[in-house]
Design a protein around this ligand. Structure first.
Ligand SMILES: [Zn+2]
Ligand SMILES: [Zn+2]
Length: 232
């Protein structure tokens, strides 16, 4: 195991404490990431406060972070040590269902593995989030951080950002000239069908292959914490 440090809630408490943490040894397709910035999602606050008086496995929040690759597994080809990366709310999925095959792992029929308080698909452990100095993540769920993008400002794009961006791109709202005071307009641009328009806008999004919402909000547990219809 790898030793690091993070902020964690243990037992029936809602107090985060700095504590030593263990990360798994790298699997062939894993990256070790030094976490430099982690957004504070409202889901984190719900998760922490939801522990008040209720026992549960140790909770380390944080599912929108940026950092730098410090080590790669032997099968990793898309990243090298020193690459700036960003990680969001999903760190694994079945990879086989129809939604995973089209890059919509947030709708994975087997439910995606969440960055924290999720269940690792290989060893059954509870995932620990980005309020931590190091995170170990499967390479296909890390995203290159574009040069020139402030890594501190980019971190919240990995959850709240894509939550807003995904419906905008799905509706075809794009970088068109202002018309009547509006920035873009819903629906595909004239002369293009929606499929082409959506592809074009996907191409403008540097951090994700597809828009990803916060799937925690749709889990039974989240309904207990959030109430139906509330997103992270
Ligand atoms: Zn799937
Ligand atoms: Zn979130």
């Amino acid at each position: 195991m790898r030793n690091t440090v993070g902020w964690q809630v243990e037992g029936p408490s809602s107090t985060l404490r700095r504590t030593p943490l263990e990360r798994r040894d790298l699997r062939p397709d894993d990256l070790a990431v030094r976490v430099d910035y982690c957004g504070v999602c409202h889901t984190d606050l719900h998760a922490v406060s939801g522990r008040d008086g209720e026992a549960g496995p140790p909770l380390t929040p944080g599912h929108e972070f940026t950092g730098v690759v410090t080590e790669t597994g032997p099968a990793v080809t898309g990243f090298t040590v020193g690459d700036p990366v960003a990680v969001g709310n999903i760190v694994d999925s079945c990879g086989e269902c129809a939604m995973c095959r089209v890059g919509q792992e947030n709708f994975c029929h087997a439910f995606p593995t969440l960055t924290y308080d999720g269940t690792d698909r290989h060893d059954g452990s509870t995932t620990l989030g980005g309020y931590s100095r190091e995170y170990v993540v499967r390479d296909r769920f890390a995203y290159p951080l574009p040069p020139g993008l402030d890594p501190a400002a980019a971190a919240p794009l990995l959850c709240a950002g894509v939550t807003v961006w995904e419906p905008l791109q799905a509706l075809g709202v794009g970088p068109e000239p202002r018309r009547g005071g509006r920035t873009g307009r819903p629906g595909p641009p004239r002369g293009q069908d929606g499929r082409v328009a959506r592809r074009r806008h996907v191409g403008h999004q540097p951090l994700t292959r597809q828009g990803r919402r916060c799937p925690r909000a749709r889990s039974p547990r989240s309904h207990r914490l959030h109430g139906p219809g509330t997103d992270g």
